[in-house]
Design a protein around this ligand. Structure first.
Ligand code: GLV
Ligand code: GLV
Length: 354
């Protein structure tokens, strides 16, 4: 009979829905505005559910995969590239394939990291609040001076798809040097930056440099701006803590578009308080949707509500990819027989322990 697909929140566009309908699926979309908890998700799964398209705000734990398994479920599609909300090990034990949505959000998310970089460097949020409050009395040489990110050094922690895209945008757009930390080298990124450096030299301009750091500390010490692009797991939890913040330049920038818990947010609030020239641009927070006390009162931080992948094209692409992942599994891709392999799950190797 027709497969029953549960979609835990409305998704944008209709391509994803058409794909499921074309694959002979009956689709049930839940429209509650609240985040669905375990009980609500269990009720949504019911007694018969072939696959779920779920959200990063839901905690897909052992109990839920047990429920999905007894409902005949074969696939769980996280409509996100990050899957720290999914107990992949439990899903695998129950023979349920897990999918995520890499690729379609790479440039979109990297562009938001660039936007936050410059919003922080050039004090956009602060300047807008100033203007809207009616405080602008005319052009002034000393008004709202920020940082020039040109020929400076950008640090990237986690140089996967998004981190590499951000690095390229910064290096090729703003002629910054790059220092990156990643558990393994990224020869394509390094070769492209080396080629760009050669190009600059051929135009009688100063080259840019690219270096893979041995430690996260080296990145923090050297970079004028550090952007985080690592997946959240035990090895990256509170990767940025008080001690590491203390290593950064007094007027450095810290950008986070990955996951909030990579930063000890209370320590960051403290650091921002003590160092008015230090600035941060944050898309993600430790206790989403809540902010740590004091964060939103600070002028030297730019905050946006987890929207780094929020372009129409990307969000429709994520939904369509998530639908395709579920259809792939239900129509008998290898995960059907080899549940220990989640073929649609992009590998993100853990960073070394802090
Ligand atoms: C969004 O945060 C995602 O992981 O796709
Ligand atoms: C600034 O507006 C300038 O003209 O220098």
């Amino acid at each position: 009979g027709r497969k029953r697909i549960v979609v835990t929140k409305p998704l944008p566009g209709d391509l994803w829905l058409n794909r499921l309908i074309d694959a002979d699926c009956k689709v049930e979309v839940y429209t509650a505005t609240d985040v669905l908890g375990v009980d609500a998700l269990r009720a949504a799964i019911g007694t018969r559910c072939d696959a779920v398209l779920g959200q990063l705000t839901e905690s897909w734990n052992d109990a839920l995969f047990a429920a999905l398994k007894s409902a005949g479920g074969k696939a769980f599609s996280n409509v996100a590239v990050g899957y720290d909300n999914v107990d992949v090990e439990a899903a695998t034990r129950y023979g349920i394939a897990v999918g995520n949505t890499p690729g379609v959000l790479t440039e979109t998310t990297a562009q938001m990291a660039v936007a936050l970089t410059f919003a922080a460097a050039r004090r956009i949020g602060e300047a807008e609040r100033f203007l809207r409050a009616g405080k602008f009395k005319g052009w002034m040489m000393t008004l709202l001076l920020g940082e020039l990110l040109w020929r400076k050094t950008v640090g990237v922690i986690g140089a996967g798809r998004i981190g590499s895209a951000y690095a390229r945008m910064m290096v090729e757009g703003h002629k910054t040097n790059l220092i990156y930390y990643s558990p393994h080298p990224h020869p394509d990124l390094e070769a492209d930056i080396a080629a760009y450096a050669d190009f600059l030299v051929s135009r009688r301009q100063k080259p840019v440099s690219c270096k893979r750091a041995d430690t996260i500390e080296d990145v923090l010490r050297e970079a004028d701006c550090v952007s985080l692009h690592a997946a959240l797991n035990e090895s990256t939890y509170h990767l940025i803590n008080a001690e590491r913040l203390a290593l950064m330049k007094e007027n450095a920038l810290l950008v986070n578009t990955s996951r909030g818990p990579l930063i000890d947010e209370a320590a960051l609030v403290e650091h921002l308080r003590k160092h008015p020239n230090f600035r941060a641009g944050l898309d993600v927070f430790e206790d989403e949707p809540d902010l740590k006390p004091g964060l939103s009162e600070l002028d030297n931080v730019v905050i946006v509500p987890h929207i780094a992948s929020a372009t129409r094209w990307t969000r429709e692409g994520m939904a369509t990819l998530a639908a395709g992942n579920a259809i792939g599994v239900l129509s008998g891709c290898p995960a059907w027989n080899k549940p220990d392999i989640s073929p649609f799950l992009a590998e993100d190797p853990p960073l070394a322990s802090p």
